[in-house]
Design a protein around this ligand. Structure first.
Ligand code: CTP
Length: 399
């Protein structure tokens, strides 16, 4: 997606750097259009380096002189953060006195403005009228946060946090087919302690689960992410105002968390790699090399969370599982079919793992089966692409 990020001259301009980074990390091309005043707060090299695109402030900066028309037409989304009182006034009046306002007049894509200014300026009748005009035209104007402003004053006028701006912006272009839904996603890998410092676990990073949680949140769902030792990248990517992260460690803890959250949920996605076995006993002190260490670690089987939830009578909960299998394409599919029938989940996303595939890498390919083992879809690409494709299939089950 092509995003235009307008930045105007307020002290909060530095926070737009984080909005730019988040949009880039979500895989979008971002063209930054600062005003002259914005460049007094954050310089052109920062915007150019972080966006990887040229940065201009005036219509006369481009070689052809019609950059604003091309920019406006090609944009899928426009975000202005921070939007000063002056920008709101110029946009409301339809002024075209710099590249940003000129571009705003040529845009047909959704526009989000994130205002930041002193409380008096935000509450001034002129600004109130400008915001009303812009909203009446279909522009999304965020409410500023309340809190400490520059200097000693406090009150409404703070720029909302970069994550909130990014989330609200991307929600403008995402289908809102999960609005009002409650979704539970498990991610990562459960760990079973052998002693206070050691555990049996697996290599799951939690990134696919985090991508699923984020995609659901963008589509309007309230999401509980049951995080079983997910890595930092997964945790960072799941920062969204609609996502609650609940930490779990063992399979038993995950099972409890699934039980308590699924009672009121519409969808459970079990993306976590669950430890199937746990040590029969856990040493309460560190196991030493002093001859007391056991030769054999006896394991007992953990409950199958997915099969248990899928097998219970349920009215509205849609249950989705993942199957990680090794082998060639046909073997993986055959194992997946058997697992789909055994587990009874409404959908089972089957993917090949091992030898560098599936765990922590970028590209991914999954075949989606129903509870009879019949193929209902295939999705491939980045973990974000897989998340999008999978939610398309899950949303179809909800309607
Ligand atoms: N799962 C679960 N509880 C378990 C084991 C797995 O809920 N004790 C879930 C996983 O979260 C995943 C699905 O079941 O959604 C399949 O996991 P996978 O590890 O592929 O299957 P296993 O049940 O471990 O089967 P097998 O060991 O035969 O491959």
């Amino acid at each position: 997606m092509r995003v235009l990020l307008g930045v105007t001259g307020g002290i909060a301009a530095y926070k737009a750097v984080f909005v730019l980074r988040a949009l880039r990390e979500a895989g979008h091309r971002v063209r930054v259009i600062p005003t002259e005043a914005a460049l007094k707060f954050v310089g052109r090299p920062t915007w150019e380096a972080l966006s990887g695109e040229p940065v201009a402030t005036s219509v006369f900066d481009g070689a052809t002189g019609v950059d604003h028309v091309a920019l406006g037409r090609s944009a899928d989304l426009v975000v202005v953060a921070p939007a000063t009182a002056d920008l709101l006034a110029r946009a409301a009046a339809g002024r075209a006195d710099d590249l940003l306002t000129t571009t705003l007049l040529t845009v047909t894509a959704p526009v989000l403005l994130a205002p930041a200014m002193h409380t008096e300026m935000w509450q001034h009748p002129a600004t109130v009228a400008n915001v009303a005009t812009l909203r009446a035209r279909g522009v999304t104007v965020l409410e500023p946060d309340s809190g400490r402003l520059t200097g000693a004053d406090t009150g409404p006028g703070r720029l909302p946090e970069p994550e909130a701006i990014t989330a609200a912006s991307l929600a403008l272009v995402a289908p809102q087919d999960l609005a009002g839904r409650a979704v539970v996603v498990s991610a990562g890998g459960t760990r079973e302690p052998l002693d206070p410092v050691r555990f049996l676990g697996n290599r799951s990073s939690g990134r696919q689960g985090a991508a699923l949680a984020l995609e659901a949140a963008r589509r309007g769902a309230r999401v509980t992410l049951l995080a079983a030792s997910i890595d930092e990248a997964a945790r960072t990517s799941a920062q969204h105002p609609a996502i609650d992260i609940v930490e779990v460690e063992t399979t038993a803890e995950l099972a409890d968390a699934v039980d308590s959250t699924c009672a009121a949920a519409d969808v459970l996605v079990m993306a976590a790699a669950v430890a199937d076995f746990r040590p029969a006993t856990t040493a309460d002190r560190k196991i030493k090399k002093d001859g007391s260490a056991p030769d054999v670690v006896r394991l007992v089987e953990n409950p199958d969370i997915l099969a248990t939830v899928a097998g219970r009578p349920r009215e509205r909960l849609v249950v989705v599982g993942f199957a990680a299998e090794t082998g060639d394409h046909d073997e993986v599919l055959e194992l997946g079919r058997a697992k789909a029938r055994r587990k009874g989940a409404d959908l089972l996303a089957v993917n090949a793992v091992g030898s560098g595939k599936g765990f922590g890498d970028v590209a991914n390919a999954v075949t989606v089966l129903d509870s009879d083992g019949e193929q209902v879809g295939e999705v491939a690409g980045s973990k974000q692409d897989v998340a999008r494709g999978l939610w398309d299939l899950i949303a179809a089950q909800l309607h």
